[in-house]
Design a protein around this ligand. Structure first.
Ligand SMILES: Cc1cc2nc3c(=O)[nH]c(=O)nc-3n(C[C@H](O)[C@H](O)[C@H](O)COP(=O)(O)O)c2cc1C
Length: 311
């Protein structure tokens, strides 16, 4: 059974700058997801994510946009915008853990109110032009909400259910509840994707053994930390490709250029670059001295010089 590997949406990281650089130099991702669209208080959609999914910003493989809504009205505003751009599918975010979001029944905050989830689906699905998939955590306060939700979702024509195997209040801490994911498998008739802490080929193999019925996987933080991971998984190799440094250099140069093509705020871009490097440092550059050298850089000019000497 072939494995399908998806790139998770990570706000501020896997935007079109990252996705496009990734698609030029990396490979083996089957499906890209864009970070969520969200409403402003004045009833308009936030500008950043709106721009991120414009077709002109996504010239390569199609992405699936995502939205976060806790009522049908907001869902429709964002879904209409997405459909008007030509997309045919949207992913509904039921996973965002941040208290400011969750307390308004957005993201994972709605998971302990299954009647609210089904109400929104009842209202939205018959009328929207888009197909709808869901990305969810297992619950808000613990990982038990999902046991109630999955059987109810069987009644709806969803494209897929992606499960990040944590609960909302955990944020990104602690372990994934993989045992509970096993319990989820027989409860759904939808395509189920596993997400959470896939950090190495060895770990992927373990997960495949734990969930032999599953062949859709989503990778988030380690996709930034080690963008070669998809290729390594597909080749079942724990080794980085031989030419990884030169490919990674090209990727980093492209990532920088993509950011510069839309903004001349060098300070901001340098700050963003530092955030990416925290992931690289924990991932592909873990055993190299690159991060030590990177930390000494003061600005983007230094960074350009540093990249020209990277390989
Ligand atoms: C900085 C950050 C931003 C994220 N943004 C989103 C988002 O926009 N939409 C979403 O569904 N999940 C978002 N996530 C969650 C990831 O998509 C993913 O579910 C989570 O990181 C677990 O997968 P991983 O262990 O492979 O990283 C975000 C996670 C992080 C760390």
């Amino acid at each position: 059974m072939r494995d399908f590997l998806n790139l998770a949406p990570l706000q501020s990281f896997t935007d079109h700058h990252f996705r496009n650089a990734f698609q030029e130099f990396m490979g083996d991702v089957d499906q890209f997801y864009a970070p969520y669209l969200k409403m402003n208080n004045d009833g308009t959609i936030k500008e950043g994510p709106k721009k991120d999914i414009l077709p002109k910003n996504n010239p390569f493989e199609p992405v699936i946009p995502q939205l976060m809504a806790c009522c049908p009205a907001d869902f429709f505003i964002m879904a209409d915008y997405i459909a008007d751009l030509g997309y045919t599918e949207v992913n509904w975010n039921l996973g965002c853990p941040y208290p400011m979001v969750a307390k308004r029944d957005l993201g994972s905050g709605i998971l302990n109110k299954p009647e609210k989830i089904t109400h929104i689906l009842d209202e939205v699905l018959p009328k929207t032009k888009l197909q709808v998939g869901i990305k969810m955590r297992m619950g808000y306060e613990d990982t038990n909400d999902i046991l109630k939700i999955l059987p109810e979702l069987n009644a709806y024509p969803l494209t897929e259910i992606i499960v990040h195997a944590r609960y909302g209040k955990q944020l990104y801490q602690g372990e994934c509840d993989r045992h509970q994911f096993t319990n989820c498998i027989p409860l759904t008739n939808h395509r189920l994707t596993y997400n959470g802490d896939i950090r190495s080929v060895a770990e992927f193999r373990t997960l495949k053994t734990m969930f032999p019925e599953v062949n859709h996987w989503m990778i988030g933080r380690e996709a930034i930390g080690n963008p070669f991971l998809f290729e390594m998984i597909q080749e079942d190799s724990e080794e980085l490709p031989e030419d990884w440094r030169s490919v990674f250099e090209s990727f980093l140069v492209q990532l920088l250029e993509n950011h510069l093509s839309e903004s001349d705020n060098q300070g901001n871009i340098f700050l963003k670059t530092k955030h990416y490097w925290e992931y690289f440092h924990a991932g592909v550059l873990k055993e190299t001295g690159d991060y030590r050298r990177f930390k000494k850089l003061k600005n983007l000019d230094d960074y350009r010089t540093f990249l020209s000497d990277f390989v």
